[in-house]
Design a protein around this ligand. Structure first.
Ligand code: ARG
Length: 454
């Protein structure tokens, strides 16, 4: 298709090395839709007759059907999806097909296709993220008032509701969705009309094309338009971060279903056995997801590295954007789908959680707060409780076992009502500031998420 100035054939190795059809074939629906809109603008500019336009439309529709039915033969020597479609069209309809590429370059064409791909996938990924949010919210509702220790440094810290813990992930996923929604404003800009880099002497109505293809905006600089892959890098970042969120949830799940924690049981459908050890039930889905985060992060770094040293404008290096993009999109979609199922099938072991949370030491801060309410400055209160704790540890006691007379030795501020501090449910109820894990807050949060997601 560009053989005019060449005397001899491209080397076979180069054809193999340079082809992208083995993966960019999946851009075909966008390539065809883009060509249909481009053809309309060519009619308006007087380049194509109505009859030629009709031929192009019919030809492209036949090609679409052939690709969808599997009858279309993709040719490696035609390099990419753009040339495969255009070549086949011209073979089918002759000269009209050969006119289609007027003013257009594969440089603006590929950017268009990738943008359309990205916006479609953003929609699908958003729906999957919402699905996982829903599964987590329902799991939180099922957990009710189940208490478990909250951890910092993976050391038991303070009691929280399991539902509150799960909703932390719902918040993360919300930010992922917000980021994706925001990225659309940069994805959804029409590059077509930029030509190879400098537009064309034949002027098409770019706004018409934008309207036909549902782009709310058009690019304002032809050189930037053909070299820009920021929107891909941004999407890869968004997907990497969503993957990192899933990876952190994976890590929690892996810990929770270990015998040491025993907080949840995963459904047989979402675990696997060991070929050697008959007793094993492994959380492979969570482990794989944690592992796949490496690819998601790698794909982002891969593209950033491709972009880093590029002079203006289009450089063939940019062909290397697609494999990381496709891989990240596929990976995150699979991960979200399987996670949603797994969370829905997860069983909560409330007794094990309660047992782990039933440690009055987790209420050390509450004890300090108790003293604060009796007028002791917090730093002092912290020290007093620290000493009382050291005493308990040395004597293998826990707070409720200390008599009031002993408490009084640590501080005169302790009174009879100190025993109330060790009531776990009361401790949670008191944490009622917005964002804190009081049961009433959790109920409100669940209701508000259900409304937002419903
Ligand atoms: N397959 C190419 C890509 O993905 C399409 C653009 C090629 N442009 C060019 N001038 N060779 O980037």
């Amino acid at each position: 298709m560009w053989k005019g100035r060449f005397q001899s054939e491209t080397a076979d190795l180069v054809k193999k090395y340079g082809q992208s059809i083995s993966y960019d074939w999946r851009l075909y629906p966008y390539d065809i839709r883009g060509s249909l809109a481009h053809a309309e603008a060519l009619v308006k500019a007087g380049i194509l007759t109505r009859a030629e336009h009709a031929h192009i439309k019919r030809g492209l529709k036949v090609i679409l059907k052939e690709i969808e039915s599997g009858a279309f033969k993709f040719r490696v020597d035609l390099e990419d999806i753009h040339m495969n479609i255009e070549f086949t069209l011209t073979k089918k309809i002759g000269d009209a097909g050969a006119k289609l590429h007027t003013t257009r370059s594969r440089n603006d064409q590929v950017s268009l296709d990738v943008r359309m791909f990205c916006r479609d996938e953003v929609g699908k990924i958003d729906a999957l993220l919402a699905g996982l949010q829903e599964a987590l919210v329902e799991a939180a509702a099922n957990a009710g008032d189940t208490v478990l220790p909250g951890y910092t440094h993976l050391q038991r810290a303070q009691p929280v509701l399991f539902g509150h813990h799960l909703l932390a992930y719902v918040e993360m996923l919300k930010r992922d969705r917000d980021r994706l929604a925001d990225s659309l404003s940069r994805i959804n800009v029409l590059p077509l009309g930029s030509g190879a880099l400098a537009g064309s002497t034949i002027v098409l109505d770019r706004n018409l094309i934008a309207k036909l293809l549902d782009f709310p905006a058009i690019t304002q600089n032809s050189m930037d338009a053909v070299s820009d892959r920021d929107f891909v890098a941004e999407l890869l970042f968004d997907l990497a971060l969503a993957g990192i969120h899933l990876s952190r949830l994976s890590e929690d799940l892996i810990l929770w279903c270990s015998a040491e924690f025993g907080f949840v049981t995963l459904d047989d459908a979402h675990t696997t056995g060991s070929s050697l050890m008959p007793q094993k039930k492994n959380p492979d889905v969570a482990e794989l997801t944690r592992g796949k985060t490496g690819r998601l992060t790698g794909n982002l770094v891969s593209l950033l590295t491709v972009l880093k040293g590029l002079p203006m404008t289009y450089n063939r290096d940019l062909q290397e954007d697609k494999e990381p993009l496709f891989d990240s999109v596929d990976t995150i979609k699979d991960a979200l789908a399987v996670f949603t199922e797994m969370i829905a099938g997860m069983q909560i072991q409330a007794d094990a959680m309660h047992e782990a949370a039933d440690d009055p030491f987790l209420l050390a801060t509450d004890l300090a707060d108790y003293l604060v309410e009796k007028g002791v400055p917090f730093r002092k209160a912290h020290e007093i409780v620290g000493k009382a704790t050291a005493h308990c540890v040395a004597n293998e006691l826990n707070y409720p076992e200390l008599p009031l007379s002993q408490w009084k030795k640590f501080s005169r501020a302790f009174e009879e009502d100190v025993s109330e501090v060790f009531d776990l449910q009361r401790a949670l109820k008191k944490r009622k500031a917005p964002g804190a894990p009081a049961p009433a807050n959790l109920k409100r949060q669940i209701a508000s998420w259900r409304k937002k997601l419903g």
